[in-house]
Design a protein around this ligand. Structure first.
Ligand SMILES: Nc1ncnc2c1ncn2[C@@H]1O[C@H](COP(=O)(O)OP(=O)(O)OP(=O)(O)O)[C@@H](O)[C@H]1O
Length: 320
């Protein structure tokens, strides 16, 4: 649904002689499949917004190509615009209008007739749980309600692709989870969603696939699960009832196919490195039972996307 190759954008900062080039996006190749929620995860200044603005035809790339919903970004801009919705960071619903009025206006701007615009507004208010506040001034809305209006506005013309810049930035946990549900609902209706985020948990829980971006380039790409596994594997810790049996247990488990390595820790527990924890755990339990070793505790530790970021960039996304 989205394919880019060598997409590049630099900005000049400072004046004349002292001006320097900032390479915001440094040759981006990525593919987003139809109907997926694709997340662009990266720290502040990584180039996420610049990429989104280029793909939404708001910023001209210096180099590279992109095809969005079958239309060429360089030569078929009008066609690209018809296929996409774009919701900027922070949104814009602050005016002295009601959500219903805004939605009707937005639909009309897309060339939709009055009666159809009104009925789409009613449907959108209902879908985004806004009917209760539909005729109240947008100024009076909470942050979460305002963000839902933003998204309703962005999809009123039923685009194939929705670009969302930091959809949950500044929202409280309940509004964030409500927003995730809304985004999942759009996917279930067949929409392709491309969002940016600097929240690790958002990328992990919401996105089908992610690209981690840093310094204008992609440092890792894949499903959150695959990325975490490929970088760090998974760790199972095992406690045996009789501490004296720990060495024997380690020997037994090290021979299992699903176990990459086994070591006995100082506290007498075992630390096992495995590929896929959920299938390794039953095998570990069975192997111990077969060897007559009583299991006391077993725990699976999964690496986080921050571990992936740390491995790829040498720093933590939390500190970036
Ligand atoms: N109009 C501009 N003029 C000069 N530099 C810019 C401009 N827009 C972006 N930049 C620079 O390009 C780089 C990438 O910015 P961008 O806004 O794309 O990052 P981002 O990943 O979206 O960050 P954030 O999470 O803070 O929104 C940054 O160094 C930024 O300062």
């Amino acid at each position: 649904m989205i394919e880019t190759s060598g997409l590049r954008k630099s900005f000049q900062t400072g004046r004349r002689r002292k001006s320097t080039d900032v390479e915001a996006v440094a040759g981006l190749d990525l593919t987003v499949a139809e109907g997926e929620i694709f997340g662009f995860l990266g720290p502040n200044g990584a180039g996420k917004t610049t990429t989104l603005r280029m793909l939404a035809t708001l910023l001209r790339p210096d180099a590279g190509d992109a095809v969005i919903a079958g239309a060429d970004l360089r030569t078929q801009q009008a066609q690209v615009r018809r296929s996409i919705g774009y919701i900027a960071q922070g949104g814009g619903t602050w005016d002295d209008v009601t959500a219903r009025e805004e939605l009707v206006m937005q639909a009309r701007m897309h060339g939709i007739g009055k009666a159809e615009a009104q009925s789409r507004a009613v449907a959108a208010l209902d879908a985004f749980d806004l009917t209760e506040y539909a005729d109240r001034n947008c100024r009076t809305y909470s942050g979460g309600q305002r963000r839902r209006v933003d998204i309703a506005l962005g999809v009123i013309h039923r685009p194939k692709v929705l670009f969302l810049d930091e959809p949950t930035s500044g929202l409280d946990p309940q509004s964030r989870s409500h927003m995730w549900d809304e985004i999942r609902r759009l996917r279930s209706e067949g929409m392709t969603v491309f969002l940016t985020t600097h929240y690790l948990d958002e990328a992990d829980a919401l996105c089908d696939r992610i690209a981690i971006i840093d310094g204008g380039g992609i440092v890792a790409e894949g499903t959150p699960t695959a990325l975490k596994r490929s970088i760090a594997g998974e760790v199972v810790t095992v406690g045996v009832a009789d501490a004296g049996a720990a060495e024997k247990a380690s020997g037994v488990l090290a021979e299992q196919e699903c176990v990459r390595s086994a070591e006995v820790r100082e506290d007498g527990g075992l630390r096992l490195s495995v590929d896929a924890g959920e299938t390794a755990m039953p095998q570990i339990m069975r192997a111990l039972a077969d060897a007559g070793i009583e299991l006391a505790t077993i725990e699976l530790h999964r690496p986080t996307l921050d571990d992936v970021f740390l491995t790829k960039t040498g720093r933590s996304l939390r500190e970036s």
